[in-house]
Design a protein. Structure first.
Length: 306
């Protein structure tokens, strides 16, 4: 009995440590307010310069070293590295944060079997040491893969949000064109309204293209390929026709926005059907448990009578 209790406590502590490691550190409100009061010219020195704490400087150097090694590995394996870079660009994360999450997750999962083994020994349950060693090695590999799976899921959600934003952006461009603006002015005006990450990236790309003397459709095409958003690439093709050949762009953009909305509606219906199918098995198990709960007294009395 005591071994079971300690085993449950150890498993719970391990799960809590693992969840806190994946969640990351959240800065407190007083620290955020102090950062706002710091002069911008001295903010970099305050964060990572000579006056920074030694632990923070060592952590930043370690993260930079790990990011460099991870970049070298991704360069040597382009089939995997290119996909990771696209997913990181879609989510706005950095290589060092991904490596840090992988290491923390791997260490947390690898240490958990040894904690359970120690509690079992404390409860006088003999377990060979080789068992937690092998379980820890296998768990470390699985734990390192968990942030990669989370990154892929976050990248998929980010692309869906980006596609939804592109649909709203097209509606705003159509309204701006109806108001008498040109195609370049309509693109800048529509991108400056929203405050999402994709909108900021879009506005930055358009501003950089204007300052560099490039066309806005080139900026849209480049950003769409970086963020893996095909709708932006298609938008750049439509805008280039309007800018070079004078095509009727308002009806084209309105039709494209309607197509994106239909695509989003189809994806939402697919997700709803998937969730309904997942609920089928728990519903069946709940029904079986209810039938067992109802029929157990009768079966027990019959068995006692026999």
């Amino acid at each position: 009995m005591m071994a079971t209790i300690f085993l449950g406590i150890g498993a719970g502590l391990g799960i809590l440590c693992f969840a806190s490691a994946l969640r990351g550190h959240r800065q407190a409100l007083p620290a955020m307010l102090r950062n706002l009061d710091i002069d911008p010219s001295s903010r970099s020195t305050h964060r990572g310069g000579a006056g920074a704490p030694e632990g923070r400087r060592i952590r930043s150097e370690l993260r930079r070293w790990l990011a460099e090694r991870a970049s070298l590995v991704m360069d040597r394996v382009p089939s995997i590295g290119d996909g990771l870079r696209r997913e990181l660009a879609s989510t706005g994360r950095s290589v060092d944060s991904l490596v840090e999450r992988c290491i923390l997750s791997s260490v947390a999962v690898a240490v958990l079997p040894f904690g359970v083994w120690a509690f079992m020994l404390f409860g006088n349950v003999e377990v060979p040491l080789v068992l937690p060693v092998w379980v820890g090695l296998i768990g470390a590999s699985a734990g390192a893969a968990l942030p990669l799976i989370s990154l892929r899921r976050a990248a998929k959600d980010s692309r869906r949000q980006a596609r939804r934003m592109v649909g709203c952006f097209l509606d705003l461009v159509v309204l701006a064109l109806a108001g008498g603006l040109g195609i370049e002015g309509a693109l800048h005006a529509a991108a400056a309204i929203s405050d999402t990450r994709v909108s900021r990236e879009l506005l930055r790309s358009l501003d950089e293209a204007r300052d560099a003397g490039r066309t806005p459709w080139e900026a849209l095409d480049h950003l769409g390929r970086d963020l893996v958003v095909p709708e932006l690439v298609e938008l750049s093709s439509a805008v280039s026709l309007a800018g070079t050949e004078g095509a009727r762009i308002r009806s084209t953009l309105a039709a494209k926005a309607a197509s994106i909305r239909r695509h989003e509606l189809a994806d939402a219906e697919t997700d709803a059907n998937t969730i309904s199918e997942r609920l089928f098995v728990p519903g069946v198990l709940l029904l079986i448990g209810f039938l067992i709960f109802i029929g157990y007294p009768a079966v027990a009395r019959l068995s006692a009578g026999l």
